[in-house]
Design a protein. Structure first.
Lengths: 211, 139
């Protein structure tokens, strides 16, 4: 596996790129060294920070878990995984979100954990709702969870979004469709994971990440 | 298949850990602002600096005036990473504290990577787009 199949920066269907995407060519520095990545936040991860439902969040409780590997398939151990998301009604607990949907006082929408020795992470959360976002007429973001990952070197740093299987909004979403390769878009969609469900308690999704 | 990037979006503030003080005893105060192609401050960016020589990592969300700040140790350069709504993948650049350290490959854009000394502060602004566009790096 070589280059990451990232979207282009200039993608007119996503309006916010218009004044923010750089226009000039990137510069390659001979001196750039892809040294070991930053170690960040280990001491700031609490035991229950991977459970976003603590306190009784409203919505469909779900488990989201997966494995983080490098390009060579090796597990990425002890790395910080941060997530944030809208609540079940499609509203973020954020001052800039003015969508007319209820806030849930028991749901901050933020979680974090460290991967284990096999590169695995696991969150308990609620299924986020879709929400409108004014990018174009009748624009709605498909349900998604934001992820931030560090990996083991500078080039592995990744901020991305996980989507849910079978969501009909995905084909209309310019952010997901900014990824031009179909297989790479598929890599952003989690799978339903019957084995990870907890009977009488929560459904589960699996999403593996390759840095 | 490597997992592709997606934008950080506008709603990460308060959700991601922040760390604008990299070293308590750091004597370098860095202040900067992020601007879009029309010179408007970008008030929903996340700026990270990483100084591999000292394993220093900092992270700061920009405020209403597009401003970010760090307190850290001075090293020959700091890697600077910018995330924002409207950036489908993050941008990488570098901040240098001395003109002599800025690599020659940057030719006429060397000044965009040079922090300027203003009193006790190192000032480093990031312009995402022309006409003052910061030189971003292909890593």
């Amino acid at each position: 596996m070589g280059e990451r199949p990232d979207p282009p920066l200039d993608f007119p269907d996503y309006k916010s790129t218009q004044l923010r995407a750089p226009r000039r060519p990137f510069v390659r520095l001979a001196s750039f060294d892809d040294a070991a990545g930053p170690v960040f936040g280990r001491d700031r991860v609490g035991e229950h920070d991977n459970d976003l439902t603590v306190g009784g969040a409203l919505g469909e409780r779900i488990i989201v878990s997966g494995r983080i590997t490098g390009r060579d398939g090796r597990p990425v151990r002890d790395t910080l995984v941060e997530i944030w998301q809208a609540n079940a009604a499609g509203r973020y607990a954020h001052s800039a979100d003015n969508h007319d949907a209820p806030l849930d006082p028991n749901f901050s929408g933020a979680g974090r954990c460290l991967t284990d020795g096999d590169g695995r992470y696991r969150f308990v959360t609620i299924k986020p709702g879709a929400y409108p976002w004014q990018n174009h007429q009748n624009a709605w973001r498909p349900a998604h969870i934001h992820f931030s990952l560090f990996g083991t070197s500078f080039r592995e740093r990744l901020v991305t979004q996980m989507y849910f299987p079978g969501d009909p909004l995905q084909r209309f979403d310019p952010i997901l469709n900014s990824v031009t390769q179909a297989a790479a878009r598929d890599a952003l969609v989690a799978s339903f994971d019957l084995d990870a469900t907890v009977p009488e308690w929560a459904l589960a999704y699996r999403w593996d990440i390759v840095l | 298949m490597r997992t592709p990037s997606q934008t950080i979006g506008p709603f990460f503030r308060g959700k991601l850990l922040e760390q604008p003080i990299v070293f308590e005893d750091g004597d370098a105060r860095i202040e900067g602002r992020v601007f879009d192609g029309e010179g408007v401050p970008v008030d929903d960016a996340l700026v990270e600096i990483w100084q591999p020589e000292v394993n220093g990592f900092g992270r700061c969300a920009t405020g209403p005036d597009g401003a970010f700040h760090f307190r850290t140790q001075q090293t020959p350069h700091a890697n600077v990473v910018v995330f924002a709504r409207g950036l489908l993948r993050h941008l990488v650049t570098r901040m240098y504290f001395s003109q002599d350290e800025v690599p020659s490959e940057l030719t006429d854009r060397r000044d965009t990577l040079l922090a300027r000394r203003e009193g006790d502060v190192w000032r480093f602004d990031v312009h995402l787009q022309d006409p003052k566009e910061t030189a971003f790096l292909d890593v």
